[in-house]
Design a protein around this ligand. Structure first.
Ligand code: NDP
Ligand code: HSE
Length: 434
């Protein structure tokens, strides 16, 4: 199999995560690209620091220029952050005909117009999926999946650190500074955490999203930006009492008058899906004029979540290396499709909701629970509705623990055969999506 050599500029949270995920999923990544992806060199400032990844086989250097100049490296991945030397290194790599991937939203928002022009001039790719909303493939969705649509507006929780802080303040009443420190320890925060709490990072991302949505040059300076640093636990509590959550939202909307771009704390009804996006999770709602509103949700920061986006860009570039802009029809190289056993529904394990119509007489519940126990099924919750009038039939509602479907099929047959139950048992599978 052909090898493609990758050089990493930066081996911190995201760089280390990228090495780890490439190692963990190397077989699938090769099957998806037709290449063995090898990180041959990586740079960092301090080579004595401990790393979150295994660096065996990777040549480490404190001189990132060495990576840019290495003729064997075809893809340079910039994961250092900051403006300089990142910008000069990227420009140099592009000029040398290398494809570049970056997670650096500050750089794209402020200098993307110049950097994209340089990439186009050299007929190479400058990819940046990881720059927005961490692991969520939102750039892919907007550039490819939604391409039929005119985008009317988008709104998103696009800073993981900020959302983590607001959630912890609400759920645990934690102090702002403590939660920020925790976010830093978890590797979510920017090198300068003011970028997170003052909304600058979200504004960088919103600026890029707005350009993707409306097809316009990047214009970071035009984003209205307010952070979360003045939100107190009291505001969070009052908002809750009114049925709202406070979320730090980025909104971009196009009207006849023009495009608005704004980032600020926002009260959102707790009934809205996006109000329930908590912790480090991000979500972006994009309203297309054909598809309507669509929602993208996932982790907004963190080592492996962000690496997932970085590596998606590596895969995209590998697929273009032989000249074809080929996304294989099923996402894997055609000759790599495998016959994997497919499970029948009887062998699948889920939890269940059961609604059982029963006679209002003593011993009914005991009979049902003994059938479930005999089939190895535990009960998670029970709700018994009062019989009106007394003696009429009524409903028993059960939530079960996870159980293999064939046991549930047998249990339902046994319950339906009881003298004290009526008709068919209604069963709905329950998913926790964890
Ligand atoms: P880290 O601080 O963890 O890692 C940065 C790496 O770059 C380190 O290896 C550091 O060396 C090296 N580095 C930093 N500055 C220089 C410099 N001037 N010269 C040479 N090397 C340098 O950052 P992250 O991994 O968290 O972030 C990297 C990029 O990814 C940033 O642009 C960030 O905004 C973006 N991003 C981060 C996410 C996250 O969850 N953390 C999510 C999405 C994007 P050393 O290790 O020796 O200090
Ligand atoms: N500091 C950023 C955040 C990293 O918390 O969202 C991901 O872009």
């Amino acid at each position: 199999m052909n090898v493609v050599k990758v050089g990493l500029l930066g081996l911190g949270t995201v760089g280390g995560g990228t090495v780890n995920v490439l190692a963990k999923n190397s077989e699938d990544i090769s099957r998806r690209t037709g290449y063995q992806v090898v990180v041959s060199k990586a740079s960092a400032r301090d080579l004595t620091r401990s790393r979150i990844c295994d660096t065996d086989g990777i040549q480490l250097t404190t001189n990132p220029q060495e990576i840019v100049n290495d003729p064997e490296i075809q893809i340079v991945v910039e994961l250092m952050g900051g403006e300089e030397p990142a910008k000069s290194l990227i420009l140099e790599a592009l000029k040398q005909g290398k494809h570049v991937i970056t997670a650096n939203k500050a750089l794209i928002a402020n200098h993307g117009n110049e950097l994209f022009a340089e990439a186009a001039k050299n007929n190479v790719v400058l990819a940046y999926e990881a720059a927005i909303a961490g692991g969520i493939p939102i750039v892919k969705a907007m550039r490819e999946g939604l391409t039929a649509n005119g985008i009317e507006w988008l709104a998103g929780i696009i800073n993981g650190t900020g959302n983590f802080i607001l959630t912890e303040m609400r759920d645990k009443g934690s102090a702002f500074a403590d939660v920020l420190q925790e976010a830093q320890d978890l590797g979510y925060a920017e090198a300068d955490p003011e970028y997170d709490v003052e909304g600058i990072d979200a504004a960088h991302k919103l600026c890029i999203l707005a350009s993707l949505a409306f097809g316009m040059p990047l214009n970071f300076k035009k984003v209205y930006t307010e952070g979360i640093s003045r939100i107190t636990p009291l505001d969070v509590t009052y908002a809750e009492e009114l049925g709202y959550r406070i979320k730090h939202l980025g909104v971009a909307r196009k009207s006849e008058a023009g495009v608005e771009m704004r980032v600020h704390p926002t009260l959102i009804s707790e009934k809205q899906l996006i109000a329930n996006v908590d912790g480090v999770m991000n979500a972006v709602v994009v309203k297309g004029n054909a598809v309507g509103p669509t929602l993208y949700y996932g982790p907004g920061a963190g080592a492996e979540a962000t690496a997932s986006a970085v590596i998606a860009d590596i895969v995209d570039i590998c697929r273009q290396l032989d000249g074809a802009n080929a996304v294989p029809a099923l996402g894997f190289m055609d000759e790599q499709l495998q016959d994997i056993p497919l499970l029948p529904i009887e062998d699948i394990t889920t939890a269940f909701y059961l609604r059982i119509s029963v006679e209002d007489k003593p011993g009914v519940m005991a009979a049902i629970t003994s059938v479930l126990a005999a089939n190895g099924i535990s009960i998670e919750a029970v709700l018994q509705k009062e019989a009106v009038p007394q003696g009429a039939s009524t409903d028993v509602i059960l939530l079960t623990d996870s159980v293999i479907e064939k046991s549930m099929i047998q249990a339902i047959k046994d319950i339906e055969a009881l003298d004290s139950t009526n008709g068919s048992v209604i069963r709905i599978r329950v998913e926790s999506l964890q």
